[in-house]
Write a protein that binds this ligand. Structure first.
Ligand SMILES: Cc1cc2nc3c(=O)[nH]c(=O)nc-3n(C[C@H](O)[C@H](O)[C@H](O)COP(=O)(O)OP(=O)(O)OC[C@H]3O[C@@H](n4cnc5c(N)ncnc54)[C@H](O)[C@@H]3O)c2cc1C
Length: 497
């Protein structure tokens, strides 16, 4: 069989393109060398945002597209995406107030905002959001963006793609791709050691930080286009304050740093921006990065944030298009799609850059470029479609959680909320028939055997880490004993292809 598209990479861009293409009737095969979202797409700051800072670099196209996407995606997946208000304290020594006001005015108006509330100025001496901050911060602004559970969005795109006929193969590396008789021929090697050959009309390289490596080592190109790998690290600390808003702090070096309410009990702080040369699969936070983040937020919070408060860290690589910028923070955040189509040869489309926020538009643009090779290709459709579990109005989350609790009265409020924020309307399907907690099988603390099985069957979870750190963030909440019980249970499960 010859597929329409073969996609290398199960991050947000590969899975987004797979979903869009499958929904337009193409036969799609996606190979991911690790778990879904095991690359950059689980290591983001998890914002669906226009990127206020990018206005300073005149990235108006990107900011406008991303601002519009906030509400499109909020409606598509209101279980895993929610509105978030950002508090920007004014710092007398940094950007002048008129510049901030102009930036926020543009931010409010560039993207046709309808749902998200507008910017307001805040008196930090009287408003609750000023309480955790040092007294010298008297004035500030509050504006809107959204939050997303990044790795869940990848899994839901993959699920939707598979429902529409795409083959999604995880833990399967594409080791070689060559043009043979007018089509692409790929060699795949699975983690278990088996290999297979797959053919497709078009090859999509959505390898994220591996995109150049794929061009060189897999496709065999002598002069692959370069990306700039820019590492960003985050720290997760004990919860620093009680309200539900996020802070955006300006640092003396011109960068910004977020402090975001995270997983109920924590605050997420990030990020750094450092050129990176190592293995894209193994970025780690350095002591200097951790110190930088702790110092950045301690400049603003009354209570210093210290090493002892750090509970977890993660790092990821931004696969930015190399536009020759001198500083990492100045490299373009916009994406570039490069089509390689020598006369009469099978096309190759490579994806450089691309934010979580813009994956849907990136996917549409990718298919627009490929339309000439697929006469009769379906029209764009994802702007008004829901992701799995997201088929309810974006402003009805509380009602949905209440109805889940009514149907499954054994669920504590916090658990019902977590399940709904994970599965949306699919939570009912996952829990179907259960009358008591024991009906969900073995319990690993907040996680049940039923949920783990769902994640294996429907979301390609193949190891405890896939569940603890990507399908959920339960790894932050479950003590060692519960995690060990999950590992033991996993070891007893039959192997999945
Ligand atoms: C620190 C940081 C913060 C960020 N914050 C935000 C944010 O708040 N909001 C936002 O919108 N964006 C943010 N981004 C950007 C966003 O996370 C990335 O641009 C996006 O996740 C890239 O997705 P991708 O699919 O291109 O790459 P990836 O997610 O890395 O996916 C590529 C996949 O390809 C696979 N692969 C590679 N080679 C092969 C092969 N030979 N065979 C099979 N599979 C292969 C890899 O295993 C990997 O899973 C942030 C990025 C970073 C690093």
């Amino acid at each position: 069989m010859i597929h329409g598209l073969f996609i290398i990479g199960g991050g947000i861009n590969g899975c987004g393109i797979a979903r869009d293409a499958a929904g337009r009737g193409l036969s799609v095969f996606l190979a991911e060398q690790g778990d879904l979202a095991s690359g950059t797409s689980s290591a983001s700051t998890k914002l669906i945002h226009g990127g206020l800072r990018y206005l300073e670099h005149y990235e108006f196209r990107l900011v406008r597209e991303a601002l519009i996407e906030r509400e499109v995606l909020l409606k598509a997946a209101p279980h895993i995406i929610w509105p978030l208000r950002f508090v920007l304290p004014h710092h007398a020594g940094l950007r002048p107030r008129p510049i901030l006001r102009l930036g926020l005015f543009l931010y409010d108006h560039l993207g046709g905002r309808k749902i998200l509330p507008p910017t307001r100025s805040v008196d930090l001496r009287s408003d609750v959001v000023g309480q955790p901050l040092k007294d010298e911060y008297a004035r500030g602004y509050e504006y809107s963006d959204c939050w997303v559970q990044d790795s869940r969005m990848v899994a839901l795109n993959a699920r939707d793609a598979a429902t529409r006929g795409a083959v999604i193969r995880t833990r399967t590396r594409c080791t070689r791709a060559r043009r043979v008789d007018g089509v692409w021929e790929m060699t795949l090697e699975s983690e278990g050691g088996s290999s297979e050959t797959v053919r497709a009309k078009v090859l999509i390289n959505a390898g994220g930080p591996w995109v150049s490596q794929v061009l060189g080592e897999v496709v065999g190109r002598a002069d692959p286009d370069r990306i700039r790998m820019v590492k960003g690290s985050h720290i997760v600390v004990e919860r620093l304050y009680d309200h539900d808003r996020c802070y955006i702090f300006q640092n003396a070096d011109g960068r910004i740093c977020f402090a975001i309410p995270y997983e109920q009990d924590f605050t997420l702080i990030g990020t750094t921006d450092e050129d990176y040369k190592g293995d894209p699969g193994k970025p780690h936070i350095t002591e200097a990065e951790a110190d930088y983040l702790l110092a950045s937020v301690s400049e603003y919070f009354k209570r210093p944030v210290t090493r002892a408060m750090v509970r977890w860290t993660y790092s990821g690589i931004r696969p930015l298009y190399d536009d020759g910028a001198s500083k990492a923070q100045e490299a373009t955040r916009d994406y570039v799609l490069k089509l390689d189509h020598p006369e009469g040869e099978a096309p190759l489309l490579s994806v450089f850059g691309g934010k979580i926020t813009t994956f849907r538009k990136l996917s549409e643009h990718a298919l627009e470029k490929l339309a000439p090779f697929f006469p009769g290709l379906g029209k764009p459709w994802t702007a008004s479609a829901h992701l799995p579990g997201g088929d309810f109005p974006y402003d009805q989350v509380e009602e949905q959680i209440a109805s889940l609790r009514k149907a499954y009265s054994f669920l504590p409020r916090r658990e019902a909320e977590r399940l709904f924020r994970t599965f949306g309307t699919d939570a009912e399907k996952m829990l179907a028939g259960a009358r008591f907690a024991k009906d969900l099988g073995q319990s690993f603390g907040p996680l049940s055997e039923r949920e783990a099985q769902w994640l294996i069957d429907k979301e390609w979870a193949r190891a405890p880490e896939d569940i603890l750190w990507r399908r959920s963030k339960l790894g932050l909440h479950m003590p060692v004993a519960e995690q060990s019980a999950l590992r033991d249970w996993f070891a007893r499960q039959p192997a999945h292809a």
